[in-house]
Every structure is written in structure tokens, then in C-alpha cells.
Design a binder for this molecule. Structure first.
Ligand SMILES: [Zn+2]
Length: 220
């Protein structure tokens, strides 16, 4: 006798999640926001059906974008106007190695899976090293984390060639500098904050800092 489980295949929610993709199958995928897992909204072997589903999804969502792909030669491809595979899609069904996924969710590690602008996932971690001048420095290191290609040190995205060097460190320094100020001085151009002997000159107008959080001489 057929059980309820035998028909799970017909339940689109379950079928979309667990079934492998088939040659010639159209997939409506989420292209924005990007996640490290491929988000498949809809699967169909019918081009017109998939295309109209994709258009409807785009109309229905303001902050999410969807795009149509076809599964061909084990890869996702862009679709031409006839519904035939055109070029290799930047989005693929990336498979991340389990150890990197675990590190991503582990709150005790300084590393996470990051998604490139093209959809390619890689592992970014804070690593310490000693600079030429003997200083201890930390910087972001990018590693490949796919099942078939893991632990390679990369500077550019293997999928789209974009630079993966995180350039936000100088901004972080600026941010740290801002939040270490007295609250009244955050964002103020009058702020000086330099130590002379035992005293910090906060600013020329209020050498010891403003008395209140709303400084009358605040100047952005
Ligand atoms: Zn990329």
C-alpha cells in the first residue's frame, strides 16, 4: 500500500529541497540577497511556466530578486530567449565542506563563510602574523571552502575574479577611534584627544571635555 511518504515527492516544498536537479530543468533562483546556499523558488521542465513564475516572484518582492536558470551538464546556465542554455551562470549550487560550515556556526571561531558578489562562497578568517617590523598584526585571510576545493589561500574569487581582500580595516580603526571618545565628541571635528603628560586635551574649546552630552560647540 502506498504510504503518505511515497507522495512526498509531489510536495513541491520537499521536492525542491531534496531532489537533485535534472538535465534540462528550469530553476527560478534567488539572486539577491545572496546566500551561500542556492535558494530555489521554483522548478519546472516547462520554459514558459518557469519564466512566468520568475516574473511573478519579482513583482511580488521588493527587496529580493529572482532569476531563471537551466540545469545543463551538471551546471546552472543562463537561459536565452528560446529557453536554451546560453552561458555558465555565476550562481551555482555550491557545496561547502562540513568542517567550514561548522566553523561558520561556531561562536568561538573568528571565521565565517562569506559570499562573493557573484554568489561564490569562501571562508574568511582573522589570522595573526608577524609583520616585517616585528609587530603582531591581524588580517583577514580568504580560503576556499568547497567540498572539492578546500583550504586554498585565495586573493581573488575563483568564480568571477573579483578581489577578496577586505579593505574595511581602516574604517574599523576610524570607528574604534570614534567610539573611544566622550559621547559628546563622537563625530565632532573640534575633537582633539591627544595626551600631554597626564592630561588629555579633549578640544580647544573644552580642554577637559564638555559637561553635557549635548555640547553647545558640537561641529559635525
Ligand atoms: Zn566572485
Amino acid at each position: 500500500m502506498d504510504t503518505e511518504q511515497d507522495f512526498l515527492f509531489f510536495n513541491p516544498r520537499i521536492a525542491t529541497k531534496y531532489n537533485p536537479f535534472y538535465e534540462g530543468e528550469y530553476l527560478v533562483i534567488q539572486t539577491y540577497p545572496r546566500e551561500y546556499k542556492l535558494i530555489v523558488e521554483h522548478r519546472s521542465f516547462d520554459y514558459k511556466n518557469a519564466k512566468s513564475h520568475c516574473e511573478l516572484e519579482n513583482l511580488a518582492h521588493d527587496y529580493t530578486s529572482f532569476s531563471l536558470r537551466i540545469f545543463h551538464d551538471d551546471k546552472l546556465c543562463e537561459v536565452n530567449y528560446e529557453g536554451k542554455p546560453q552561458s555558465i551562470s555565476k550562481q551555482q549550487n555550491w557545496k561547502i565542506a562540513q568542517e567550514y560550515l561548522e566553523a561558520h556556526y561556531d561562536p568561538h571561531t573568528d571565521g565565517e563563510v562569506v559570499v562573493c558578489q557573484c554568489s561564490y562562497p569562501y571562508f574568511s578568517s582573522l589570522t595573526s602574523h608577524i609583520s616585517n617590523s616585528g609587530e603582531a598584526m591581524t588580517s583577514w585571510q580568504s580560503l576556499t571552502c568547497l567540498v572539492k576545493d578546500l583550504g586554498r589561500d585565495i586573493q581573488t574569487c575563483p568564480n568571477c575574479n573579483a578581489s577578496l581582500v577586505r579593505v574595511d580595516e581602516s574604517e574599523d580603526d576610524d570607528f574604534d577611534d570614534q567610539v573611544s571618545r566622550p559621547i559628546a565628541c563622537i563625530g565632532c571635528t573640534n575633537y582633539h584627544g591627544v595626551e600631554y603628560g597626564d592630561n588629555v586635551l579633549v578640544c580647544g574649546i573644552h580642554p577637559n571635555g564638555s559637561d553635557s552630552e549635548n555640547c553647545p560647540d558640537y561641529h559635525p
